[in-house]
Ligand binder design. Sequence first.
Ligand code: ZN
Length: 437
Amino acid sequence: MHSSTDLSSRVTEGDAESAADRPTTSFLSLPTWTVEDVRHSRGSATGVRTYFVRARYESRPTGCPTCGGVLVGHGRRMRRIADMPHAGQPVVIEWQRQRYRCQPCGRTIAQSCPDVDERRRMTRRLRVHVERTAAREAFVSVAEDVGLSEACVRAVFRDYASRQLAEPYTPQAPVRLGIDEVYVNAKPRAIFVDLDTGRVIELLETRRQAAIARTLVALRERERVQVVTIDLHSPYRNAVRAALPMAKVVADRFHVAQLATKAVNRARIELSATLPLAQRRDLERHRSLFWRRADRLTESERILLLPSWFASLPALRIAYELGQQLLAVYDATGPEDARNRLDAWYAAATSVSATVPGFETLLATVRNWETEILNFFETDGASNAVTEAANRQLRDLERIGRGYRFASLRAKALLREPRRPRLRHRRPSLSHPRRCG
Ligand SMILES: [Zn+2]
């Protein structure tokens, strides 16, 4: 392969279009390094097109670390160091590492360099890049992007996680906390999210109350927490009441809506048992009619389809209207309006709950969570929407990284920079007085 000693030359051939994109001398953008040559070719070990950068680090030690004696040059030895990818392709620095010999004591030493992580045989900036990207992407895809082995990426991330998440792990308490569940490796786990930043604070293996409480107690300055949104899961509520007695607990509105949906679905299935099979299947196909908000239906769905189903199943209309009425509690203009809407719903549901399958259970659940449902209107509309976003990312992660150990997934969740800071969405409303706290 052709190489050049002319420092003002550009990257040598390879393919013409990517060759001339950066002058050789500044290729690394690392001060105190001198680039002698850049080759762009297929790596013999990896088979991937790679930039090979022959370079020297231009800083010499002041004296022998053992005796302080004067050092003289003792030749160079090449060491390959992985660096940040360039134009989407891996970079390998062929470090022409200077060796020295101490004149008084005869010891030989190799040059050391703060830009290089000796143990990982990569630049420090690459290590930091791997740490960050491995938190949000599959190890294997990070490995491909930077030209390292998957095992190496995994090891770098494991080191990083054990430094960052060393026990005892005591994260800072957020002002508004979301606790939700997420399925990881086919089991429900509790996830804790800062609702204002979207940052995952903790991911637990279980949803057990004792584990939840331990996490809450471990929060630094936990008296800061003003609002906790949770799904309708009693162990969450019990743990929050015990550990954060000052915080307002809010039932997450999406989980309340889900309750209404489930009840309407269940009623539809039980009521349709009397219908002929073909009609039952037809109804199954139309199931979303009955839990979508009425204003999201098309005109023909609203005027033709719904009424035709209600004609054959009158009790389904009752279930439908109760479902819609519960969803409409969230249209309330304030706490008082919400209270009135909920009371009206109780009255309606109580009078018919015996005739609509499943609605007695729904009624009992809503009563059981009444305070937390109404707290939504006392807290400027706190919800787990951010948590849901974090959950989606985590599920993606699980899909691409099947076979990760739980500890790896937890570390990825905790060390990932949040993508969509809640603050950005909230800014327009900051001028309004907060109702909570
Ligand atoms: Zn010496």
